[in-house]
Ligand binder design. Structure first.
Ligand SMILES: CC(C)(COP(=O)(O)OP(=O)(O)OC[C@H]1O[C@@H](n2cnc3c(N)ncnc32)[C@H](O)[C@@H]1OP(=O)(O)O)[C@@H](O)C(=O)NCCC(=O)NCCS
Length: 367
């Protein structure tokens, strides 16, 4: 059975920074309150025209560059997101088109902030089953488009960004060892965007009532999060035949420093074993774990051969953890510059549209 190695990684965040002081001019809050209750100092906000797919494309191309893999070599693209460009088509398909991954199947996965763990696990399982060789997993969000900027309970928490992994089959032992995925839909109302779906279709009244914004019971979500982080981490390690002492790094979902501190206490591990960057990005939902991993690699913290756990929780309710060994980049097989494929992908996409248009005329004539 092949192993599923993480051979490429990349991240993308918008340039625009929104500080706590900026927020204090928008709602009744202040820097001290936000820092003490959450650990967040600033977050990134997408500018006009920047979308979940455009951030996802940037992260994906960086990950492909590290893996030295052509987009045309990809068999599968999974985009984990709760803030897609559209209800449909899938954001994964928009990314597939823009990077020119012409041979890949593509779909979105919605497991909120646990989504990147679910998606990485799904891709690793597909590789380990032998059905595919190369997968791209993306976690991307533009939460700023769904935040009520008048609600101080939620608007201080979230930010935008994307992270991506390339996973590849190899006979060499290592890579993703195990994962656990959990859910409890009875808590679905604790964190939700109620409007705009088939239950509460978009109308003037629903928009007026703000049902298309994130609604959250912060205290309940906090309680749930502190309970499941420890449990999921230990379960994933147990399934991998590892103990917490074997692990070099824990990469938690970056929601609140107090939740991460509670997990550290629950696991009886020092805080310096946890990768934390929420002070600079806030909660970027499904993108938070891959962004933290990419930064840890770039800082030289997470190194080849290190064992690590990614653990998260989120709306749904969902939670999960994944235990893996960091592979690092494979020896270079020659320079692949995926950005060239982006340009080629654009041309190919245009040509396909023209061909579809001409085929449409011919089809109508034949009828
Ligand atoms: C949202 C959260 C930071 C609130 O922190 P908290 O310690 O629970 O704070 P509370 O909700 O008890 O609020 C305490 C007081 O601060 C006030 N407050 C709330 N938001 C505030 C803000 N941004 N600035 C200043 N005061 C604020 C409340 O109104 C409340 O005032 P009151 O005592 O007069 O009623 C915290 O509950 C949390 O992080 N929950 C998890 C949320 C999460 O991670 N969601 C995403 C999951 S993926």
């Amino acid at each position: 059975m092949p192993y599923a190695h993480i051979t490429g990684w990349g991240m993308a965040v918008p340039e625009k920074i929104l500080t706590n002081d900026d927020l204090s001019k928008m709602v009744e809050t202040n820097d001290q309150w936000i820092r003490e209750r959450t650990g967040i100092r600033e977050r990134r906000i997408a500018k006009d025209g920047e979308t979940t797919s455009s951030l996802g494309v940037e992260a994906a191309l960086k990950a492909l560059t590290v893996a030295n893999l052509r987009p045309t070599d990809l068999d599968l693209i999974i985009c984990s997101t709760s803030t897609p460009d559209y209800i449909f088509p899938a954001t994964a398909c928009l990314i597939q088109d823009q990077i020119g991954a012409t041979k890949a199947g593509a779909f979105d996965l919605l497991a909120a902030c646990s989504g990147f763990i679910y998606a990485t696990n799904m891709a690793a399982q597909a590789i380990r089953s032998g059905s595919i060789k190369n997968a791209l997993v993306i976690g991307a969000e533009t939460l700023s488009r769904f935040v009520n900027w008048k609600d101080r309970n939620t608007c201080i928490l979230f930010g935008d960004g994307a992270g991506a992994f390339v996973l590849q089959a190899s006979e060499k032992p290592g890579g993703v060892h195990s994962a656990v995925m959990h859910s409890d839909g009875s808590g679905g109302d604790l964190l939700a965007i109620p409007g705009g779906g088939s239950a509460i279709p978009a109308s003037e009244a629903t928009v007026h009532a703000g049902r298309h914004y994130i609604e959250m019971d912060g205290k309940e979500v906090f309680r749930f999060a502190t309970r499941v982080m420890t449990q999921a981490t230990l379960e994933a390690l147990d399934a991998a035949g590892m103990t917490i002492e074997d692990v070099h790094w824990i990469v938690p979902h970056q929601a609140n420093i107090r939740i991460i501190e509670a997990a550290a206490r629950g696991l009886k591990q020092p805080m310096d074993k946890f990768i934390v960057n929420l002070d600079r990005y806030g909660n970027t939902s499904t993108a938070s774990i891959p962004i933290a991993v990419v930064e840890a690699v770039e800082k030289g913290q997470l190194k080849s051969g290190d064992k690590f756990v990614m653990v998260g929780f989120g709306a749904g309710l969902t939670w999960g953890a994944l235990a893996a060994e960091w592979t690092g980049p494979l020896p270079s097989k020659g320079q692949v510059r995926p950005s060239q494929y982006r340009a080629l992908g654009r041309i190919r996409s245009f040509v396909r549209r023209v061909i579809r248009f001409i085929e449409g005329i011919i089809f109508r004539r034949e009828l």
